[in-house]
Design a protein around this ligand. Structure first.
Ligand code: S3P
Length: 169
């Protein structure tokens, strides 16, 4: 059974995922990193070359592939659960943990970030708020568990997930 982490950009999926992998001795995969390796391009370059639609196709193929794996921690991109086909694949492979985060935290963490094409807008605050409002219900709907990350360190979030995982394993 995989542990799938979903949630908005900057919610801590990768950081928490790496801690989980270490503590549970499971392999870790970050879907965006895998896409970058396989395409030999950064996510920004993929968006530039193929547009968001092209990126979503590659993301879908990659998610279907990693959903064949077992006993992995899967860190997904923030937009992946908008596609029902991705959710079906991810759910068939394990349990989805939604790392909930506030817009303020995302903005503070990604203030100077240049690697998220969807946030490269003059009004980053509006971009984050709009996307979060659009997506919140999707994250909640696909999640088996909601992890509130507010004011918690990644280690505490990882420990919360481990407790839940051990109950359902
Ligand atoms: C995206 C999130 C990014 C990456 C791409 C699109 C999104 O991943 O997949 O930039 O639509 O929210 P992270 O959530 O890892 O930043």
């Amino acid at each position: 059974m995989n542990i799938v982490l979903c949630g908005f950009m900057g919610c801590g999926k990768t950081t928490v995922g790496k801690i989980l992998a270490e503590k549970l001795s499971m392999k870790f995969v970050d879907v965006d990193d895998l896409i970058e390796q396989e395409q030999e391009m950064t996510i920004s370059e993929i968006f530039e070359k193929y547009g968001e639609i092209g990126f979503r196709k590659i993301e879908n193929e990659t998610i279907k592939k990693v959903s064949q794996w077992n006993n992995a921690i899967v860190s997904t991109g923030g937009g992946s659960v908008l596609n029902n086909d991705n959710v079906t694949a991810l759910k068939s492979s394990g349990k989805i943990f939604f790392l909930d985060v506030t817009a303020d935290t995302v903005l503070a963490r990604l203030k100077n970030n240049t690697t998220r094409p969807l946030l490269q807008r003059p009004d980053k605050e509006k971009a984050v708020n709009d996307l979060m409002n659009e997506r919140r219900s999707k994250y909640e709907a696909c999640a088996d568990f909601v992890i509130t990350t507010a004011n918690e360190s990644p280690i505490i979030c990882a420990n919360d997930i481990i407790k839940l995982y051990k109950k359902i394993k």
